[in-house]
Design a protein around this ligand. Structure first.
Ligand SMILES: [Zn+2]
Length: 310
């Protein structure tokens, strides 16, 4: 599983290049031209939607701190607002394809096997951080659940060095989102759907993983701001209270259930070449699931930030 999600995803498209130029400057432009790389986890739009839902639910004190930390951040991989910063962890990993930043690669998911889910195993036995080690320097073999807990603790502690604290914030903005992508909390010996080919009417052929990262988000609309506003308006106070309960482990198991029941569970029989033709009913179900997962992720991200920054 070492190279999972490495080859999956779509080549960078023109709109992505424009976005990169706008938000990341010349280095990102050079990078995007040289390497048309894959996307991992929710595409940028999904992460932006989650961050924007969270932003609308931040307490004034937390909001002020998030904005101040991001605006003072000297890093140039993303623009310094919450929506763009939520995509930073992918940029960070991908800006250093052969180097130390690849140590963060497995922090974006938790491989719960569909037939035998085992959170402890999928989290490599939950390695503890050696005393004095920053979460951003932690062991490469760790899972998204543990890293969310570690970065939340760093964000909450006034003793954390300011440069690590903003890194913790940016990882948190991203990883809470990744945890809610069902195929980031599940595996069917197929690299989280990356080895399954799928197609659907009117959509580009791709991996099942990519459909869940990007295509089903696109079904909600072209503009992350509008998607966030639409989903946010639909979240009842009772839902928000219910969703904010629990821990990242609980939320991982909930994502896993969506994957087991729907993402994998509702797949049609594959064709002779092993490829899945997704019917309209699957797309409709998946789009509903994605709307729900983005909404829950936004509420829970706000919950974690409000708690850490009160
Ligand atoms: Zn990610």
């Amino acid at each position: 599983m070492l190279h999972r999600r490495w080859f999956a995803g779509k080549p960078m498209e023109n709109s992505d290049v424009r976005k990169s130029v706008k938000s990341c400057g010349a280095i990102a432009l050079a990078f995007s031209v040289l390497w048309s790389g894959p996307t991992f986890a929710w595409g940028d739009d999904g992460h932006e939607v989650i961050a924007l839902i969270a932003r609308s639910r931040l307490d004034p004190v937390a909001l002020q701190q998030v904005d101040a930390m991001l605006s003072a951040d000297p890093d140039s991989l993303t623009a310094h607002n919450i929506a763009d910063a939520a995509t930073w962890a992918d940029r960070f990993r991908d800006s250093d394809r052969e180097g130390a930043r690849q140590n963060t690669r497995q922090w974006h998911f938790v491989d719960l096997e569909i037939t035998a889910p085992d959170l402890d195993r999928a989290c490599f036995g939950h390695p503890s951080l050696p005393a004095g080690t920053l979460a951003s320097n932690g062991p490469a073999r760790d899972c998204v659940v543990d890293k969310i807990d570690e970065f939340a603790a760093e964000l909450a502690s006034p003793a954390t060095d300011p440069s690590e604290r903003v890194v913790a914030l940016k990882f948190l903005l991203h990883l809470v989102g990744d945890l809610h992508q069902p195929l980031h909390a599940s595996d069917d010996h197929d690299q989280g759907g990356n080895k399954k080919r799928a197609s659907a009417q009117g959509l580009k052929v791709g991996t099942l993983h990519h459909f869940w990262d990007t295509d089903f988000v696109d079904q909600l609309g072209p503009d992350p701001k509008r998607i966030a506003a639409m989903l946010d308006a639909r979240i009842s106070a009772a839902d928000a209270r219910t969703w904010a309960r629990g821990t990242p482990s609980d939320w991982a198991l909930e994502s896993f259930k969506v994957a087991k029941d729907d993402a994998y569970g509702q797949l049609p029989t594959p064709n002779a070449r092993g490829s899945y033709r997704l019917p309209d009913s699957y797309i409709a179900m998946a789009t509903r699931d994605v709307a729900s997962q983005l909404s829950k992720a936004g509420v829970r991200l706000a919950f974690m930030l409000n708690r850490a920054l009160k």
